[in-house]
Structure formats: structure tokens, C-alpha cells
Ligand binder design. Structure first.
Ligand code: SAH
Length: 225
């Protein structure tokens, strides 16, 4: 039984937000190449419609990014699945740091897969909403902080996994420094229109950098709002 199998009927949704809608989304993700059954199981159960505004809830199980206010978006489900799968491919990390909480959806997916998630968001209002969602869903293994995530969370380092959900021009050294020697980092890198999903992982005593696929994320910005 996976982490989110005991949610109440109230949060599970009806009609366009029902279990059937989530099942269809997961079938589509499988058709589009997502293989990790742990990731698929969590996404089958986690109600994505609670991570968007009510007016957009009926679109929550389309495989598309949606606006969450403040010019930001909840990532496309396929991208969330691919990043989670890439992070877990060579073993399950225990402690994961996410940069860019946004709606909180990616953090909640990770919280169903690993022991402890730390997540950092620079826009306070988005973080407030995300924390409300974590409470409503009874998620107890996410710690969050309002800060510029390019600095990471040094007091809590090292992390076995680091995920960025906003794209910088290059990988931040501060974040690479907070990755455990055997840790895996997954991040979009590059300017708008030319971003790649990059993975750093240990290989033969060194760090291997792999390019996984083209992606489209909002930019990683400095300072806090
Ligand atoms: N993981 C989110 C994706 C949200 S979009 C989700 O599942 O909904 C990316 C988020 O990164 C935005 O909320 C944006 O405000 C945030 N962000 C951008 N630069 C940041 C930075 N330097 N530190 C922390 N968060 C940042």
C-alpha cells in the first residue's frame, strides 16, 4: 500500500477530479514512457486537483502545466514523473531537497517516495498555499522554508537527492556542495527555449553528468518575494 492510499473521499474528488481521471492520466504517462511503478502508484493516488485553484481543478488530470499565480506554474505531470523516476533510478534517496516548492505537488509526490523532503520557495504566498495543502493531506515528512533556493539549505545538508523545478543558466555550486557523495541531482538547465533536464550521479568514483531530455521550466530567480 502506498503513502496516499488512505485519503478521505472528500479529498479524492469526483467526476473530472475522480480516481478514474487519475487512472487515465497514469495510463497516459505509462504510454509516454514512464516505467517506475513506485512513481506511477503515488501519482495515481495523489489528488493533483488540490494543488491548483478550484477554477482549474477540472483540468488537473490533463498532462499539462497549469498557472498557480505569481507568474508560476505547476509542472506538467509527465515532467514530475520523469524527474522523480530519474532521481530514484539507482536507489531510493533517504533525504531529498527540492528547490521551487510552487504548488507543492512535486514535493508531495517525492514525500510519497522517500523518507524526508526539504523544499525551498522564494515566493511567500505560494509557500503558504503549499503548506496548507500538505496539512490538508496529512503529509508530515515535508519541511519547507521561504528563501532563495539557489543557496540550498546548508544547515540540513548533505542530501541524498536534490531536485530543481526552476531552470538556472548553470548548476549552482552551493547546491552541488550540499549533495552527498553518492547523491543524485536532477535539474533543468539553460535559457528559455533551450533547456535540458540534467542529472548528476556518482559513477566510477566521480560525478557523471547526463542530459536526459529537453524541458521547459520557469527561470530560477534570485532574492525572495
Ligand atoms: N515544483 C513546483 C513547480 C513550481 S514552478 C510544483 O510542483 O508546483 C517553479 C517554482 O520555483 C516557482 O514557484 C518559483 O517561484 C520557484 N523559484 C524560482 N526561483 C527560485 C529560487 N531561487 N529559490 C526558490 N524557489 C524558486
Amino acid at each position: 500500500m502506498s503513502a496516499y492510499s488512505r485519503l478521505t473521499p472528500e479529498v479524492r474528488g469526483l467526476g473530472m477530479t475522480s480516481q478514474r481521471a487519475r487512472d487515465r492520466l497514469v495510463e497516459r504517462l505509462q504510454g509516454d514512457g514512464i516505467r517506475d511503478s513506485r512513481v506511477l502508484d503515488v501519482m495515481r493516488q495523489l489528488p493533483r486537483h488540490l494543488f491548483v485553484e478550484e477554477a482549474l481543478a477540472t483540468r488537473a488530470y490533463e498532462d499539462t502545466a497549469l498557472p498557480i499565480g505569481q507568474g508560476q506554474t505547476i509542472s506538467q505531470p509527465w515532467v514530475v514523473a520523469r524527474m522523480s523516476e530519474a532521481l530514484l533510478e539507482f536507489g531510493t534517496p533517504r533525504r531529498v531537497l527540492e528547490i521551487g516548492t510552487g504548488s507543492g505537488y512535486q514535493a508531495a509526490v517525492l514525500a510519497g517516495l522517500v523518507e524526508q523532503v526539504h523544499t525551498v520557495e522564494r515566493i511567500e504566498e505560494l509557500l503558504r498555499n503549499a503548506r496548507r495543502r500538505f496539512r490538508k493531506l496529512g503529509i508530515a515528512n515535508i519541511r519547507s522554508k521561504h528563501d532563495d533556493g539557489r543557496l540550498g539549505w546548508p544547515e540540513e545538508a548533505p542530501f541524498d537527492g536534490i531536485v530543481l523545478t526552476a531552470a538556472g543558466a548553470q548548476l549552482e555550486n552551493a547546491l552541488l556542495d550540499q549533495l552527498a557523495p553518492e547523491g543524485v541531482l536532477v535539474a533543468p538547465v539553460g535559457p528559455a527555449g533551450r533547456q535540458q533536464l540534467v542529472r548528476i550521479r556518482p559513477h566510477d568514483g566521480a560525478r557523471l553528468r547526463e542530459v536526459l531530455c529537453p524541458v521547459s521550466f520557469v527561470p530560477l530567480l534570485s532574492g525572495v518575494l
